[in-house]
Design a protein around this ligand. Structure first.
Ligand code: SF4
Length: 420
């Protein structure tokens, strides 16, 4: 996590606006840390900034539009303000909108280019002694890119073929995060299932085994995992055998449970196979935190397709859900499918999915009452520490705790989306 100086020195102040997936968030966190180290004055709110770094996302049209709106609003307040744009949608924004554009293909030079830009503005000043790091959760980027080309998804078109971090470098990075005292490290990638060490060919399961062997106390959490890797529940067995080192939590971008739509979107499995995998996972990890992404209103989605997705959502103990209304992304095959749904129907189906997800989540959360959990306290509000358990359940503690220190906690009730 990046530390933001509470009392920044005078000078040009830099804020970030980050859109999209966890990978985008992780990249921005790493860049913020490097800018702070180089003497940039980071501020948390765009209103306080003179320079805005916008890390964009092209996965949905609203995400790209939101970035555009933010840039225009930022500039409108003061024409002297500067804007730097990066990320998947950088190349799609109107020309002349930003002072510096770093397209996705040049992402590796982001830091170098931004530092040069800031130096040119005289915006790098030596900072006073940095505050101590907040050691709760850090991201470890293992992989980027995807070549699955699901029909609706823009990611392979923007991020290109999969590229994995070499295993030795990844293990060294993980060890350094543990040594810095991070309580939790989130393994992140565009399609983590595609992780392959470029030299040895070791895949995701091998990477997890090696991470578990690292000395120290930090726990590891898997980021979003495409459902194709959960076929034989090997990942669940790896988690179960890790002695708590790997968090019992999976987040699966399931999107739909309709066989017709799975085939049409190019997903290489059926709904029955998905259910068999979920059965095996839930049997291996009975107290699992289970998150999922769902898309409402994919082209051609019939009432029966929608009902199949609602049924799956109700049949398994999903503790978290992200519901996305289908967003037509030019350049993807699905954008040209003739049977697009009207926006009102997409919105209604998204609402239905959100309601079903809330009911499923409430049911699933109740099964954790009385069950001992380990929580990492993150923030303290009105005398109560709030953090996440290994299962990624939001927990509110009544006993004293220390930020970032794993704390035993047995919930007695559910309040809203929180175990208390
Ligand atoms: S696997 Fe995920 S990232 Fe890759 S194309 Fe499909 S939806 Fe997009």
């Amino acid at each position: 996590m990046t530390d933001i100086p509470s009392d920044p020195p005078t000078g040009r102040r830099v804020a970030f606006a980050v859109y999209g997936c966890r990978l985008n968030q992780a990249e921005a966190e790493a860049w913020k840390a490097s800018l702070a180290q180089a003497g940039a004055c980071l501020v948390p709110a765009t209103e306080e900034a003179d320079i805005l770094c916008v890390h964009t996302c092209a996965v949905t049209a609203p995400a790209a539009r939101e970035a555009l709106r933010a840039i225009r609003a930022f500039r409108a307040k003061d024409q002297g303000r500067r804007v730097l744009v990066s990320g998947c949608a950088a190349a799609l924004l109107p020309p002349g909108l930003a002072d510096c554009v770093i397209p996705h293909a040049e992402k590796a030079q982001w830091l170098e280019r931004v530092l040069a830009f800031l130096r040119g503005l005289g915006a790098l000043a030596p900072l006073p002694a940095p505050p101590p790091p907040r050691r709760t959760r850090a991201s470890l980027i293992a992989q980027d890119g995807c070549d699955a080309f699901c029909a609706y998804c823009i990611v392979p078109h923007m991020r290109g073929a999969p590229v994995s971090e070499p295993l030795p470098a990844l293990l060294a990075h993980a060890k350094s995060l543990i040594d810095q005292g991070y309580a939790e490290i989130v393994l992140t990638g565009c399609n983590l299932a595609l992780y392959r060490d470029p030299i040895s060919g070791v895949g995701l399961d091998g990477l997890l085994a090696r991470l578990c062997e690292l000395p120290g106390e930090g726990r590891f959490r898997l980021g979003s995992l495409e459902p194709c890797v959960i076929d034989d529940a090997a990942i669940a067995r790896r988690i179960a055998a890790s002695g708590g080192r790997l968090c019992p939590f999976l987040h699966l971008p399931i999107q739909t449970a309709s066989d017709t739509l799975l085939a049409r979107m190019g997903r290489p499995y059926s709904a029955a196979k998905l259910r068999a995998a979920l059965d095996a996972i839930c049997a291996t990890l009975p107290a699992l935190g289970l998150g999922a992404d769902w898309i409402a209103g994919l082209p051609g989605e019939s009432e029966a397709d929608h009902a199949a997705t609602l049924r799956l959502l109700a049949d398994y103990p999903f503790t978290g859900a992200h519901v996305f209304p289908y967003s037509r992304r030019p350049g993807t095959p699905a954008a040209d499918f003739p049977d697009q749904l009207p926006p009102a129907r997409i919105a209604a189906r998204a609402t239905a999915l959100r309601q079903a997800a809330a009911q499923t989540r409430a049911r699933a959360l109740r099964t954790f009452i009385g069950r001992p959990l380990t929580v990492i306290p993150e923030t303290c509000r009105e005398g109560h520490w709030v953090g996440h358990s290994a299962e990624y359940l939001r927990c509110r503690l009544s006993a004293p705790a220390t930020r970032g220190r794993p704390t035993p906690f047995t919930p007695t009730a559910v309040r809203g989306d929180c175990l208390v």
